[in-house]
Design a protein around this ligand. Structure first.
Ligand code: NCD
Length: 310
């Protein structure tokens, strides 16, 4: 079988076609069937987790995924813990990790860091989030979550609510949707958090139809998937602007009172205050389920990149 992931870097979800993603989802199904058992598909391999920016889910689920496949894991968390704190460049750090491992996952606060790492390293590099730009593996998990919940990604109506300007997860999900045939796609955010020009240009280039709006209320009744993200505090050049925008949208029981009974709420997490805790116990809440799929999807990705069957 043709495996386009084999030996490849994963920098953006836009590097992959619908068929590629469907192959990944098939592998994620297989990984789920092996739940609870340890495989030796990656025995003898070393996966390096280079997380120069905070992470909970991405880092831990990559680590669990690699270990469940039988790989060894080396990891760095935070610049303070590495020689980057002594002034070593990202390029030199990547060269070292390349010498010690077979696959490198990089998270960094700078846009383009994963691409740079991919250019330097011989081993495949997976982007675990670069600044405000891309978070391809999160998009893969989010699309897979929709597929598991609805049996399809096509034909559903989507509302993406949140920080579309600085949120790499929400924008990567949007990029992922361009590979499918969704129904309506609404981009809901306060004016200052609308997508950046280059994102809109990309969507235009792909002929992808979506509609920007400031309010969820008029459309909530037609939405199947409500994807929410936090305001990305750490990316704001001006803390006062963040203060002005925080809390500007919130999903609570009142918001959902006019929603379709089958509406599902997704969120890449961490949540701050944009989804009220009262939503957690409703059948709409799918974000913890979504987080749990991080392991099978990352197992799928690691095995496909390594060219091994699971
Ligand atoms: C996201 C990220 O780091 O971009 N989190 C994650 O990986 N699940 C979203 C966020 O931080 O808001």
């Amino acid at each position: 079988m043709d495996n386009p992931f084999k030996g490849s870097d994963v920098v953006s979800v836009l590097d992959f076609s619908r068929r590629d993603l469907e192959l990944l989802f098939e592998y994620a199904d297989r990984a789920q069937r092996h739940a609870g058992s340890k495989l030796d598909a990656l025995r003898g391999k070393v996966v390096a987790l280079a997380f120069f920016e905070p992470s909970t889910r991405t880092r831990f689920s990559f680590e669990v995924a690699a270990k469940r496949l039988g790989a060894d894991v080396i990891s760095v968390s935070g610049e303070e813990a590495t020689s980057v704190a002594k002034g070593e460049s990202l390029a030199d750090t990547v060269r070292m990790l390349d010498a010690y491992s077979d696959l490198i996952v990089v998270r960094h606060r700078y846009e383009g860091a994963a691409k740079l790492a991919a250019e330097i390293a011989e081993s495949p590099v997976v982007n675990g989030g670069d600044g405000w730009q891309h978070h391809p593996t999160q998009a893969m998990i989010d699309l897979y979550t929709v597929l598991k919940l609805f049996g399809t990604i096509d034909g559903l109506n989507y509302a993406l609510l949140g920080d579309l300007r600085y949120g790499r997860a929400i924008v990567s999900f949007l990029y992922g949707l361009t590979r499918f045939r969704p129904g309506a796609v609404y981009l809901v955010s306060p004016e200052p958090l609308r997508p950046r020009r280059e994102v809109l240009a990309k969507l235009g280039e792909l002929g992808f139809k979506c509609e920007a709006t400031c309010s969820l209320e008029p459309i909530i009744g037609e939405v199947d998937v409500l994807y929410v993200s936090r305001v990305q505090k750490e990316r704001f050049p001006d803390p006062a602007e963040y203060e002005r925008l925080r809390g500007s949208y919130v999903v609570n029981l009142r918001t959902l009172s006019r929603a379709k009974p089958g509406l599902k709420v997704l969120h890449p997490l961490p949540r701050v205050d944009e989804i009220a805790h009262e939503v957690d116990g409703t059948p709409h809440a799918a974000y913890f389920y979504q987080a749990s799929l991080g392991v099978p999807v990352r197992m799928a990705l690691l095995s496909l990149i390594s060219g091994v069957e699971i």
